[in-house]
Ligand binder design. Structure first.
Ligand SMILES: [Zn+2]
Length: 304
């Protein structure tokens, strides 16, 4: 199996959102992992063309979860790729068939920037979708993919292992990491993040023991143990930090500013610069990450 990364050049910026292209030896059977948002559709189809893959050759589209930066172009792609079946977690399924609830929820986060960032989400016909369960194996482009249920960033999150190479396509569960950097930013948007479930998923990934991690934001990394360790530590640390700020009576904006100051200092300490922080923010901005953690904290307190 050949694995290629298509850079979807989100908001005209390279290395923020990827779609991964799997091909068998002669390129006649191809599959995609992630569609990216509708605003990147032209880049995605250009990427297929660059690799000599026709629309008919794409038989499968595997989705890690249905957030618009990962699966937003699914409905449009169902129209463009006549032979493609879409694979998704069962909780994500209804949102592919009828994206209006998802779009409404995203509008609460992104407001008037919805169109500019994501474009329109079209429905995927029910008979084009298959539900995958934990551990389920699917034959694909000259090999197989194994779906692994990995909640935390979202309840309905799947990571996909390609056992031949040991590549694990991690969607958002292994965080945001940009090429050339060691720094991992945890993507913690509202409304579904669950830090306890996320840590269990990180441990599950350790058990799967992949040779490399392929986060949708962005690329592939082989220092698996260090990467997962840093992610777990930062998730726990940011949670405690935001909880402390809430207890001190800080408001949302103040907490977001404080988290940014803290996160940027951590990035600088790992050798990244402020331009790179902005680049990370295209995949997960501090106000959004703060909202997600604050919501998780208040939800947890209500349950106690
Ligand atoms: Zn994402």
């Amino acid at each position: 199996m050949k694995i290629e990364t298509i850079d979807l050049e989100f908001m005209n910026t390279g290395q923020v959102i990827a779609s991964f292209l799997l091909m068998d030896k002669d390129g006649a059977f191809a599959a995609l992992i992630e569609t990216g948002p509708t605003t990147c559709l032209d880049r995605l189809t250009a990427g297929l063309k660059d690799h000599g893959v026709s629309h008919e050759d794409v038989r499968q589209v595997f989705l890690t979860h249905i957030h618009l930066d990962h699966a937003g172009a699914s409905g449009h792609l169902a129209e463009l790729l006549p032979n493609a079946t879409f694979y998704v977690h069962e909780i994500g399924y209804p949102h592919l068939v009828a994206p209006s609830k998802l779009v409404k929820s995203a509008t609460r986060i992104y407001g008037e920037r919805m169109e500019e960032l994501w474009g329109e989400a079209h429905p995927v016909p029910e008979d084009r979708i298959e539900i995958l369960k934990d551990g389920e194996e699917t034959k694909t482009a000259g090999g197989v993919l194994v779906a692994h249920e990995t909640p935390g960033h979202a309840y309905h999150h799947l990571a996909y292992l390609e056992p031949g190479s040991g590549a694990l396509f991690t969607g958002d569960v292994a965080g945001i990491r940009l090429p050339g950097q060691s720094y991992i930013r945890p993507p913690t948007p509202p409304p579904e993040i669950d830090v306890e479930a996320w840590v269990r998923s990180i441990n599950y990934i350790r058990q799967i023991d992949p040779a490399s991690l392929w986060p949708t934001h962005f690329g592939s990394y082989e220092d698996v143990g260090r990467h997962l360790g840093e992610l777990e530590q930062r998730l726990q640390n940011w949670l405690l930090f935001v909880e402390g700020q809430i207890d001190d009576g800080a408001g949302r904006e103040e907490i977001s500013d404080q988290l940014k100051a803290k996160g940027d200092a951590e990035m600088l300490a790992e050798g990244a610069n402020i331009t790179q922080s902005e680049h990370y923010s295209l995949a997960g901005s501090y106000p959004m990450l703060t909202d997600g953690i604050m919501r998780y904290v208040s939800g947890r307190r209500e349950r106690r």
